[in-house]
Design a protein around this ligand. Sequence first.
Ligand code: SF4
Ligand code: SF4
Ligand code: SF4
Length: 331
Amino acid sequence: MTLEEQICAKARELLESGEAEVVVGFAAGTMPLTVRPAFIRDPADTSRLTWNRLCTPALARYVQEYIRDRRNRRDYDVAKTKKVAVVVSPCDERALVAYMKENQFTRADIYVIGVNCAVPLIDRKKVLDKVGVYSVRNARIDGDKVIVLTTAGSEVQLPAADFVENICAVCTRRSIISADATLGTAAIPGKASDRFGRVREQESRAPDERWNWLREEFSRCIRCYACRQACPVCYCEECFADQRNPSWIGPATAEEDILAFHIVRCFHTAGRCVECGACERACPMDIHVRVLSDKLVKEVVEKFDYEVDAALDAKPPLSTYKPDDPNEGFM
Ligand code: SF4
Ligand code: SF4
Ligand code: SF4
């Protein structure tokens, strides 16, 4: 069976047996080189599920929202509640772990269908930039090639290796840790790579240079909030940036408001960022948003020896404190 067939079969089994009420996965998108989230409730619909190199991590957030909304329904009855099954890559699995640590749901609420990352994902934006966004009539990935049919009617074959997702290029964790079912390729050892390369580059600069880089890079921000909406750990029902009483930051694109938004958002992800790259992928202005969150990931790893996918009972550093902590500022 192909990986897709295995996913469909597992989804059908979970729905037919009544173990899960819904399977959250990916279905083919309507635009070239896209996929979209699919909520499958009918076993007969499971054939809509797909899995390919365009399935960038995004589904964990839908699971969090689905379970939250279900809990808020008037007719919610915990005794009649079934599991929410979800198909995840290792990045999305980390987001599930982060949610469970933040009590958004429990392990018993979900059924995890894990897929190890045998091949790196393809960044659609990079393909469109190469060919020209208005020149693509259709496109598909075939093995190690991206095959584009242009609006002029010609077929262009491009090496897939040229369009690898930034997160995959430095990924050190390509295997699922704790799924209910792991499908496809067996566990894959992570490659040695410097996941904090861009942060180290900034750290090597003088403070003035870093500040100038930050101002320049974020001067393109249009405050569309796509980075926040895509981020699995930005799930506050009312973001500080939207609050008006009190109003923490102005709503416009003044430099101080843009920087305040990004710096505060970044601090809110400290010890929680799952390094999925969704923020940067969503940005229409190609801003390197992750340099900020990566810096805090690096600080948390180095100073607290904590990774977000550590064991479920490992407390995130900002969710705990020790009365005898030797650092100033603690109780
Ligand atoms: S800050 Fe970016 S990389 Fe980190 S969890 Fe959010 S979307 Fe993913
Ligand atoms: S920036 Fe902060 S307040 Fe806004 S959604 Fe993210 S975590 Fe919540
Ligand atoms: S997605 Fe990009 S442009 Fe939009 S708010 Fe985030 S950084 Fe700014």
